[in-house]
Write a protein of this length. Structure first.
Length: 153
C-alpha cells in the first residue's frame, strides 16, 4: 500500500487547540470582577481534578492558563466617585431617544445582554468623561447619547 493512503493516527486529523485569546490592553477589574476570576479558577481546578478523559483535562488546563494569566495581570480599580462617566460607574442615558442603563466593567465581567459593558466597548468609550446633562456623539451621529445620571455600581 502506498504511504499516501496510510493514516498514522487520528491525532493528525483533529482541529488544533489554540490558547484562549487574552484581550489587549490593561486588565482593569472591579472588586466583583476579581471574585469572578477567583470563582472560575476554583471551578476549573475542580474540573481538572475530576476530568475523566484527556480531552476534558486539556480543555480545563487551557482555560485555567487563561484565568491564571488574568488573575496575575488584574488591576483592581477602586470605586470611582462617578461625577463623570468612567470605569465602575452605572450610567443611565438615552441612546437615539431610548432610555438605557449600563455598568462599565472589565472584559471578563462584561455581559452586554445584562447591561455590563466592557470599558473598551465603543459605547462605553464614547461616554467616558461625560457628566449628567452632557450630549455625546456616537456611531457617526451627533447628539446620539444624552447622559441622564451616573452612580457607583
Amino acid at each position: 500500500m502506498s504511504v499516501a493512503f496510510r493514516r498514522e493516527s487520528d491525532e493528525e486529523h483533529l482541529e488544533p487547540k489554540f490558547e484562549v485569546p487574552i484581550p489587549p490592553g490593561p486588565n482593569l477589574v472591579t472588586p466583583r470582577g476579581m471574585e469572578i476570576i477567583g470563582e472560575r479558577i476554583a471551578a476549573l481546578e475542580g474540573a481538572l481534578e475530576n476530568a475523566v478523559d484527556e480531552a476534558a483535562a486539556n480543555s480545563a488546563k487551557r482555560d485555567l492558563r487563561y484565568w491564571r494569566a488574568r488573575l496575575s495581570t488584574a488591576d483592581v480599580q477602586t470605586p470611582a466617585s462617578c461625577e463623570t462617566v468612567h470605569f465602575g460607574c452605572k450610567v443611565a442615558f438615552t441612546l437615539n431617544g431610548k432610555a438605557r442603563e449600563i455598568t462599565i466593567v472589565g472584559h471578563d465581567e462584561a455581559d452586554p445582554a445584562n447591561g455590563l459593558l466592557a470599558f473598551t466597548a465603543p459605547l462605553a468609550r464614547a461616554m467616558m468623561g461625560a457628566s449628567p446633562g452632557d450630549i455625546v456623539d456616537f456611531n457617526g451621529r451627533e447628539d446620539a447619547i444624552a447622559i441622564v445620571a451616573i452612580r457607583p455600581a
